[in-house]
Design a protein around this ligand. Structure first.
Ligand code: AMP
Length: 588
């Protein structure tokens, strides 16, 4: 029987969970109480994420403890203690100050998971700049769009990524004043209009006093995708650290001796909130792996690095499942005690596979770029219903709502009813705006409720179940992709008259990007052109975003007002009923 509850009673947990009783903690919880876990800047000068994550620990008994253990692609290891990290991030803050970069300016970081990425993000926060890590698998167009939207004045990247992806778009980024490069031994140092990060860091002081920071000062900028228009820049503030910190304790069960591994890249919100901030504020050691997914490598890291808490993604779990339990059984994980995953629905089979492979269930949890931290979760001490995202965190009120007229909603109380997932506003890591798009931000709220854009239902025991997205965005390998961004890149090719992009279901990646293309007169739909378009899109968008499949069509289905009906293309692709096509162009 694969759909019964995993009861936590007989599990014999090796450590008493931080949250021993969900209902009790929920009843007694307040955000004011959670805020008391924070040290605050000395002299009552406010709250700063980097101080809570690094400096407060660098002075005390944790100063020599490993904050980050970096595992390089080719087997090298570098440890940074809390004190090392404090010094390095202070150097970086001084580099920024020395270049005249002011608080509030946007500092972008485009790099693989190398130590400089972590140092630059935290150092930028010390100088009270807004840090924005970008996924290094993006191609030049998504990089350009985001730096331009954010008005970035500084970019930290590697010489290699700069040459491949930034040099050609640099002239289209007039705000970008400084590019700081991490050089490999083989790189030429004299790339025009760039500075060498290492020499600036060497020359900078390792001491830096963080200036007064308000909890409402912007700190982080994460881009996310909608169905229409450009990516949205979700702005998070320094006060969000209260949520980063407490959700690590409650949802990921952080204990002081844990060794934590979050496999997400900081280019996505999980890799920043939980790959950088939360473990550090909790004073625990984290592993950062530069390498890409490889099941055998991951098992070795879990075993050899004594990982005790592991936060990963359903796509990775499904890829491991493909290798069967034979592979995983060749390793032992005596220290591993808590596994969680986020980003996509976690199939019940995957939860059960965790039990078979590791002797531990995988705890699904739910949140999104806009929420800044985990909102709904399965907890160490709460029974799991495999396939459910769990229950809202203490301090978070979640509900299923129905729309009834112009921006009016109604909370649904009948268990099992499907509707939009909504959260009562007011938690510390709630985004404070979409950059330069006030109306779009306002439209996400109805009264006290933030509308998530996800469809879900809540059962009679208060467990939430994911149903799907209310919009057309695509989820591939845990990454949100906006169809508009992909369509726009395809449209730049001379042969393309129109493009529509959908997520095509995939057993491992959840969805892959598929494009439907109508050609301009004089172009022939053939295999050569298909390949050319795939290559064209990949070069511009990067492997993480580009379509994997292109289908030619004479015309794309449109509404009478001329809007391409992606929903219809998707239904046809899936062989599902076409739904209401009364607005389809050409329909009677
Ligand atoms: P992002 O903003 O890129 O982090 O993506 C957030 C979206 O990912 C959510 O709105 C959901 O659609 C999806 N998502 C995140 N976590 C889960 C989960 N546990 N189950 C199902 N979908 C999820």
């Amino acid at each position: 029987m694969k759909n019964h509850i995993i009861s936590k009673e007989p599990l014999n947990l090796s450590l008493p969970p931080v949250m021993a009783d969900y209902a009790q903690m929920r009843a007694g919880f307040s955000w004011e109480m959670a805020a008391r876990n924070m040290a605050g800047l000395p002299g009552g000068k406010g709250i700063n994420i980097a101080f809570e994550a690094v400096d407060r620990h660098a002075q005390g008994s944790l100063s020599k403890k490993i904050a980050l253990r970096w595992l390089g692609k080719s087997g090298e290891t570098r440890d940074l203690s809390f004190r090392d990290l404090a010094e390095q991030t202070s150097r970086f803050a001084n580099v920024l100050a020395g270049l005249g970069v002011q608080p509030g300016e946007r500092v972008f970081v485009l790099a693989g998971r190398i130590p400089e990425l972590y140092i630059a993000v935290l150092g930028a926060l010390k100088q009270r700049c807004v840090a924005s890590p970008l996924f290094s698998a993006f191609g030049p167009e998504p990089i350009h769009t985001r730096i331009a939207l954010g008005g970035g004045s500084v970019l930290v990247t590697t010489a290699n990524l700069y040459r491949k992806k930034v040099a050609d778009i640099r002239m289209r980024l007039p705000h970008l004043r400084h590019v700081l490069l991490v050089h490999d031994d083989a790189d030429p140092m004299d790339i025009p209009r760039t500075l060498d990060l290492a020499s600036l860091m060497r020359a900078a002081s390792p001491a830096f006093v963080i200036g007064p920071t308000s909890g409402e000062d912007p700190a982080l900028l994460h881009f996310t995708s909608g169905t229409t228009g450009k990516p949205k820049g979700a702005v998070h503030v320094h006060g969000a650290v209260i949520a980063h910190d407490v959700t690590g304790k409650v949802a990921l069960d952080f204990h002081s001796d844990d060794v934590f591994w979050c496999t997400a890249d900081p280019g996505w919100v999980t890799g920043t909130s939980y790959g950088i901030i939360s473990p550090l504020t909790n004073g625990i050691s984290s592993v950062v792996d530069e390498g890409d997914f490889d099941a055998e490598r991951w098992y070795r890291i879990l075993a050899e690095q004594d990982i005790s808490v592991w936060y990963t993604a359903p796509t990775a779990v499904r890829m491991m499942m493909k290798g069967g339990t034979g592979q995983v059984r060749q390793h032992a994980f005596p220290k591993l005690r808590f596994i969680a995953s986020v980003g996509e629905p976690l199939n019940p089979q995957a939860v059960w596979w965790g039990m078979e492979a590791f002797g531990l269930p995988i705890h699904d949890n739910w949140w999104q770029t806009e929420t800044g931290g985990i909102m709904i979760a399965n907890y160490a001490a709460m029974d799991i219903k495999p396939g459910s995202m769990g229950k809202p965190l203490p301090g978070i009120e979640a509900a299923i709502v129905k729309h009834c007229g112009a921006n009016a909603i109604e909370v649904v109380t009948e268990p099992g009813t499907e509707g939009e997932l909504a959260l009562k506003r007011g938690w510390p890591s709630m985004f404070r705006g979409y950059l330069n798009e006030d109306e779009r931000y306002r439209n996400c709220f109805s009264g006290e409720w933030y509308l998530t854009g996800d469809l879900a239902r809540c059962d009679e025991d208060g467990y939430f179940w994911f149903v799907g997205r209310a919009d057309d965005v695509i989820k591939s390998s845990g990454h949100l992709i906006g169809p508009f961004e992909v369509e726009s890149a395809l449209m730049e090719h001379a042969a393309v008259a129109e493009a529509a992009v959908i997520g095509k279901p995939d057993p491992v990646q959840l969805e892959t990007v598929k494009a439907f293309v109508a050609l301009n007169p004089g172009h022939v739909a053939n295999e050569t052109l298909r390949r050319e378009l795939l290559g064209f899109a990949r070069k511009r968008l990067g492997a993480a975003v580009a379509p994997k499949e292109i289908e030619f069509m004479d015309n794309l289905p449109k509404t009478r007002s001329g809007k391409i009906m992606r929903r219809l293309l998707k239904s046809r692709e899936l062989g599902l009923p076409e739904g209401d096509t009364s607005t389809l162009e050409g329909s009677a």
